[in-house]
Every structure is written in structure tokens, then in C-alpha cells.
Design a protein around this ligand. Structure first.
Ligand code: ATP
Ligand code: MG
Length: 445
């Protein structure tokens, strides 16, 4: 993309309404625009990151064997009357009436609808296990929408629903989700810690939240420092292997890690004092096993091997896709702007032309631009007629992990400068070497 032809409405001033850094930078970098309290347009740069995050979520869900579908945002109230949640849900639910006076709602979640899809098509244990998921907009009329996309009213969520014959099978589905989430967050450059959680209106007794540590997080968290050192890395996981998946869950949930809702000071005190940490965290996902809560009330049953009929065992598993943008920025920024992890960056590298209009510099930039694209990379070329300082400030603000700076002086010696956004370190090299290095960095991403 050429910046001169792009739509990147950056702001020079700090917007007064933004209280936390991610909200401030998302507005300043021209990623989002608020349309009403907690409702945003996703401008091109923000939309790119959102799509990258969605893509990672899709890849990791499908790697775990989960199947994508798409349910609508609007739902009939009658489904929710069946489960009893139409009255229970309260003011957070946006209720709508259509022209035929039918009660509708903008879905805050999809347990009822997926149970309806299941019961109309599945009747035998032979069709299990099954996990269906979608990435769809939700609406919750939050009392206090704030912090930009962190707590919106309209927000994008991945919600997956597992169906199994037995409790053991359902717990395997739960564990599969935990491991796939760990990998999902790691690919986004995040450390998200699974913490035992209290169940909310969805109900259920087995549930973990995933928290990204950040001072601006809304949850108070208590944890053993050891939990922050665990990584999945490049481990190959066989998602059908119950013991292997369960062992990974055991590993990641062994150190103490709880939110204030489940915190138990007497257990916390058994953690060696030097490793005890109290902090704040952002909830970026949650998994639930809730058994037959919905299948019972909505009549979703399957025939078992011995011919009897039982309600199907269910769980629901969510990832806050749009909230993740805020969480990533909270975890990765400095006083100049965002620092995107390579896994989610909107463009792989920026090209800064120090002397726009100079024939040799322009053609060197064009050649770099083409060479990066030929390697499958997506560069953002700042080809505007602007001062170098302004171009650097924009690149730093929007946070591309790598920048190639091209000027007449370096080019005389066939050199450009490759700068790492995170460390600020620069290295001079030939344009070909810069392309090769970036191709290597992004290989496999
Ligand atoms: P919270 O406690 O933050 O209100 P929740 O527990 O009600 O969230 P879940 O039903 O667990 O939310 O939804 C799954 C995920 O969706 C959450 O882990 C969170 O990342 C995200 N999410 C929930 N509410 C919002 C919101 N208002 N804005 C943005 N993301 C949200
Ligand atoms: Mg939750």
C-alpha cells in the first residue's frame, strides 16, 4: 500500500476522551472511529489488524478440529424464552420488535441458537463429538462502555460450542479449547494466563478465563510468577490425544492464578513469597463446561450406544476478538506509539523515502516495494512529500515492527537502513539484504 493513496486519518493531539493508552493510540493512529457510545467503525488500519486476529483465531480453531459456521446477529426472543434467559438476561440485552410485532434481540451470545441448530440436525452419539464456532458481532448494552474496543457495546467475539455424549468427552473438548487458546494468544505475541473463574449468567462449574497482564486491566489477579514463564512454543499437539491435551492443561493451570472472584488467600500463601504477584489483567477469553443446562431445557438429546436418549453435554468457549486489539496494544507500546507483534501487524514493514521526488531514491523505494511484495509481504510505503521527522513519527505511532529508511546518502553506497520498532536498533545493509532479512523474519507467519 502507498500511503499517499491510503486512508490513514492520524490525529496529532491526544483525544481527551481516551483514558487508557490503547484507546488513545487506536484513535490517534486512525484505526477506529466512535459512532455512538461503545460502537465503532473500523477504519482501514484497524480493520486490517482485526482481520489478522480473526485469521489466527480461525486457523487455531480449525487446527483443533472445530468447525466454522455463521449465525445471525438478530435472534428471535422465543428461543431465549425456551431456556428461560429472555427474562433473566436483563438490561444488557438489546430488545427489538419487528414490523409484525415479534420480539427479537441482538444476540449477546449464541447458546440457544446453536442448541436449536444441533437439536434439529443431530440425534445420535455417532455424530459426536462436535464443536461448532463462529466469529460474529455481539451486542451487550453495557452500563459503562469504556476504554474504546476493550469494553464496547457492539464487539466481535469468537464463540464456540461443544457437543459431547459424556462428561469425560465434554471435558476433553474443554481442554482442547484451553490448549488452542494458549496457542492463539501466543501467536499474537501475548501471554494470556488461564485463571480459574467464577461462572456468570451462562452457568456451569468448570470455567477458566484467560487474562493478559496489564495495569489497566479491569480484573484484579493473584498469581505465581512461574505461570508467566510457561510457553507452548512450537510443540506439536495431537488434539485427539486426551492425555497429551490434559497434560498441557495441567502444566498451565498448576501454578496459582486466580481473579479476585475465585482468589483464596490461604492457598495463595503456599506460593513462595518471592513468586507471589498481585496485579491487574484484561480478560481476553473464557471457556465453560456447563453440562446439560441448555440441552435439558431445550430438548437437545442424542441416542446413546445402548439405545436410550440423553441430553447432550455442552460447553461454550469465547474469545474477545475486538478486545484483543486493545489488549495487545496495552501489552506492547512505548511513548511514541504502538509496537505490533509480527503475528498481527497491519503491514509487515514500512518504507520511508527520505527524499521524495529524487529520481534515484524514488526508484530504489519502488524496487523495494515490489521486491517485498514478490516475497509475499505487505509493505506500507510512505511516498508522501513530507519531512523525514513526520514520516518517522507516523511509522512509530502506527507501530509497524520493521522500517526501511531510504535516502540518497545511503544509496550512494547501496545501503538502506533497517530499523526494529521494538528495540530501536538500526542496521545498514543493501536493499536485497533487507528484503531477505524481512522474508526470513516472517517465514511461516
Ligand atoms: P466481562 O467480564 O469483561 O464483561 P464476560 O465474562 O461477560 O466479559 P464472556 O461472555 O466471557 O464475557 O465473553 C467472551 C469474551 O468476549 C470475553 O472474555 C471478552 O474478551 C469479550 N467481551 C465480553 N464483553 C465484551 C465487551 N463489552 N467488549 C469487548 N469484548 C467483550
Ligand atoms: Mg467472561
Amino acid at each position: 500500500m502507498r500511503l499517499s493513496r491510503y486512508f490513514l486519518p492520524v490525529l496529532k493531539e491526544n483525544p481527551a476522551e481516551a483514558q487508557i493508552v490503547s484507546h488513545r493510540y487506536m484513535l490517534r493512529a486512525g484505526m477506529i472511529k466512535q459512532q455512538a457510545a461503545g460502537i465503532y467503525s473500523w477504519l482501514p488500519l484497524g480493520f486490517r489488524v482485526l482481520k489478522r486476529i480473526e485469521q489466527i483465531v480461525h486457523e487455531e480453531q480449525q487446527r483443533a478440529g472445530h468447525i466454522p459456521l455463521l449465525m445471525p446477529t438478530l435472534q428471535p426472543a422465543d428461543l431465549w424464552r425456551e431456556s428461560g434467559r429472555y427474562d433473566d438476561y436483563g438490561q444488557e440485552m438489546l430488545r427489538i420488535r419487528d414490523r409484525h410485532d415479534r420480539d427479537m434481540l441482538y444476540g449477546p451470545t449464541n447458546e440457544e441458537m446453536i442448541t436449536d441448530i444441533f437439536r434439529s440436525a443431530v440425534g445420535s452419539y455417532k455424530q459426536l463429538p462436535l464443536t461448532l464456532y463462529h466469529i460474529q458481532w455481539k451486542f451487550r448494552d453495557e452500563v459503562r462502555p469504556r476504554f474504546g474496543v476493550m469494553r464496547g457495546r457492539e464487539f466481535l467475539m469468537k464463540d464456540g460450542y461443544s457437543f459431547d455424549l459424556t462428561r469425560e468427552d465434554a471435558l476433553h473438548a474443554y481442554n482442547r479449547h484451553m490448549v488452542s487458546y494458549l496457542r492463539t494468544y501466543e501467536r499474537m505475541g501475548l501471554t494470556a494466563i488461564p485463571m480459574r473463574a467464577a461462572s456468570g449468567p451462562i452457568g456451569g462449574d468448570n470455567t477458566h478465563e484467560f487474562l493478559v497482564l496489564a495495569q489497566t486491566g479491569e480484573s484484579e489477579v493473584f498469581y505465581d510468577e512461574a505461570v508467566t514463564e510457561l510457553t507452548l512454543g512450537n510443540r506439536k499437539v495431537d488434539y485427539d490425544n486426551r492425555d497429551e491435551v490434559a497434560a498441557i492443561c495441567d502444566e498451565f493451570t498448576a501454578p496459582y492464578a486466580r481473579t479476585d472472584e475465585t482468589h483464596d488467600p490461604s492457598v495463595f500463601e503456599t506460593v513462595p513469597e518471592a513468586r507471589r504477584r498481585v496485579g491487574r489483567g484484561i480478560e481476553v477469553g473464557q471457556i465453560f463446561y456447563f453440562g446439560t443446562k441448555y440441552s435439558d431445557s431445550m430438548g437437545a438429546t442424542v441416542v446413546t450406544p445402548d439405545g436410550s436418549r440423553v441430553p447432550v453435554e455442552m460447553g461454550s468457549h469465547g474469545i474477545g476478538v475486538s478486545r484483543l486489539l486493545g489488549a495487545i496494544i496495552e501489552a506492547s507500546h512505548d511513548d511514541k506509539g504502538i509496537i505490533w507483534p509480527e503475528g498481527v501487524t497491519p503491514f509487515h514493514a514500512g518504507i520511508v523515502n527520505l527524499k521524495q521526488g529524487d529520481g534515484a531514491t524514488d526508484s530504489a523505494c519502488e524496487a523495494l516495494y515490489g521486491a517485498l511484495q514478490a516475497r509475499g509481504l505487505d509493505p506500507l510505503y510512505d511516498d508522501r512529500d513530507e519531512r523525514a521527522g513526520a514520516k518517522f513519527a507516523t511509522m512509530d505511532l502506527i507501530g509497524l515492527p520493521w522500517r526501511i529508511t531510504v535516502g540518497p546518502r545511503g544509496l550512494a553506497a547501496n545501503k538502506v537502513e533497517l530499523t526494529c520498532r521494538r528495540t530501536g536498533e538500526s542496521e545498514e545493509m543493501s536493499p536485497e539484504a533487507a528484503v531477505a532479512k524481512l522474508a526470513e523474519i516472517y517465514e511461516g507467519r
